[in-house]
Write a protein that binds this ligand. Structure first.
Ligand SMILES: Nc1nc2c(ncn2[C@@H]2O[C@H](COP(=O)(O)OP(=O)(O)OP(=O)(O)O)[C@@H](O)[C@H]2O)c(=O)[nH]1
Ligand SMILES: [Mg+2]
Length: 455
């Protein structure tokens, strides 16, 4: 880990300012070779940490750009190494030229994620924090960004460390009791053990539950638009997305396939999914679409269920009302601009509903409000601090959960104590791997190669 690495840290192609980041033992020396300040006798080698310097980058005698250079001296930097950031005026050409100069003067091009990897290997951050950096880079919306920042504070880390401490404590007690039964009585301790294990199990459950919510925040709410044919589903998709995304006609059975469109409501991403109108049909193609629509119902985070107020309700409406989960559904009485048909809506009483006109775009603001409320109050709690940010962590925490469940089963099934400790230690290892303890290099490499260059 002695080489000095460099990369462009800002998004490619962005105008304005570009940043080239250099990290490693020789970082300051390398940049000092190409940086000139107007100040008499100035050298970057003599400056203090956390200072910024104005000057110019030169390629030999040729002026390349006017820059600001920030200096962070080891270990007080992100990577815990000497770090220099060159803020230049940007333009793809200039940034690349400065990077090339830095490389020519002794640095090597950083691999994707190498800066963060160094921070991890130098003990500056744990793996779950490192993964949160990936999420900051990729964050799709502001809530997601907020969560990523929170995660960097290490709340998952703290919680897992505590669980691991408890596990070690319990394991040690069991081992001690096996070795020295005269002094340690396991039977007397069993109740407390079960209580502790259950609290760990509860903690893991909480983390798993929040993982699903964090997926929603990052990737958006999968919002399914369902209803029988011709109720105005595609019209609603178009109205919410502000463009003619789906074909709208007065012919029932227009939409045959799944149509997706992402819209943003005050920072919450909705993945709107328009589907084929659900009805019994003998048309082969339409039937495939109907089956697809039905199969999406289960997985949707939220359902917008449309009823056409201007026509009689029928068995198709009733069937849909039966197969959707009322808790994640908003019922929309559409076509409010038309003369309403005198229907008995008793079978829909339980649904949370609003009336609107997709065609005239009336009532959409109330719908937005309702979606947001649903998201904020019923489904997601934003104050919740504990989130996992990716699938690898999820897999490990699932494994930990399984191991803990086995411990409880072994205790209840009066299995020999050896069985308890095996599963306890498995849980301990899995929890550790969520936050990057005891990882094989292979895994470290895999995780870090997901990072963008320069981060
Ligand atoms: N008056 C009125 N007409 C509407 C409204 N919403 C949709 N329509 C009309 O209803 C017809 C069907 O609209 P679509 O959006 O294609 O309905 P759909 O539910 O997607 O229909 P399928 O794809 O066939 O299942 C079209 O003629 C729309 O213009 C509305 O709020 N008011
Ligand atoms: Mg349609």
């Amino acid at each position: 880990m002695t080489s000095t690495i460099a990369a462009i840290a800002t998004a490619p192609g962005n105008g304005g300012i570009g940043i080239i980041r250099v990290s490693g033992k020789d970082a300051i020396e390398i940049v000092n070779r190409i940086f000139l300040s107007k100040k008499e006798g100035f050298s970057l080698l003599n400056v203090e940490s956390h200072t910024i310097h104005y000057g110019h980058i030169y390629d030999g005698d040729e002026l390349v750009d006017e820059v600001l250079v920030s200096v962070f001296i080891a270990p007080r930097s992100f990577t815990a190494e000497n770090v220099i950031e060159i803020n230049c005026h940007g333009g793809v050409f200039v940034i690349n030229r400065i990077l090339a100069l830095v490389l020519k003067n002794g640095a090597r091009a950083a691999e994707p994620g190498e800066f963060t990897k160094r921070a991890f290997l130098n003990g500056r951050i744990d793996l779950s924090q490192a993964e949160a950096v990936i999420d900051i880079i990729n964050a799709k919306n502001e809530f997601s960004l907020k969560n990523s920042l929170k995660h960097l504070n290490g709340s998952v880390h703290r919680m897992i460390i505590e669980m691991r401490e408890k596990i070690i404590h319990e394991t040690a007690f069991i081992e001690a009791a096996l070795d020295d039964p005269e002094h340690y009585d396991i039977d007397e301790h069993t109740d407390e053990l079960v209580e502790n294990i259950n609290s760990i199990k509860y903690g893991i459950e909480k983390i798993i539950k929040n993982y699903n919510n964090s997926r929603i925040m990052k990737d958006g709410i999968n919002t399914l638009i369902v209803g029988k044919p011709n109720v105005g589903k595609s019209s609603l998709l178009n109205a919410l997305s502000g463009r003619d995304r789906a074909i709208v006609t007065d012919i029932a059975g227009t939409t045959r396939d799944i149509i997706e469109e992402t819209v943003s409501l005050d920072g919450i991403n909705l993945n709107l999914i328009d589907t084929a109108g659900i009805r019994d049909t003998i048309d082969t193609v339409e039937k495939i679409g109907v089956d697809k629509a039905i199969s999406c119902i289960e997985e949707a985070d939220m359902i917008l269920f449309l009823i056409d107020k201007s026509v009689p309700v029928d068995d198709n409406d009733r069937k849909i009302a039966k197969i959707i989960d009322i808790n994640k559904t908003i019922l929309l009485y559409n076509k409010s601009d038309k003369e309403p048909y005198d229907n008995d809506y008793e079978f829909l009483d339980e649904f949370d509903s609003i009336t609107l006109s997709a065609k005239n775009e009336e009532g959409l603001d109330i719908l937005s409000e309702k979606i947001k409320n649903m998201f904020f109050t019923n489904k997601i709690s934003y104050d919740e601090e504990i989130y996992l940010t990716n699938a690898r962590q999820k897999e490990m925490i699932d494994n930990a959960y399984l191991s803990i469940t086995h411990v409880i089963e072994s205790i209840e099934g009066m299995m020999p104590e050896d069985f308890w400790t095996i599963d306890l230690m498995n849980a301990y290892t899995y929890l550790g791997s969520v936050i990057g303890i005891d990882l094989s290099d292979d895994l470290v490499d895999r995780v870090f190669s997901e990072f963008c260059m320069g981060k």
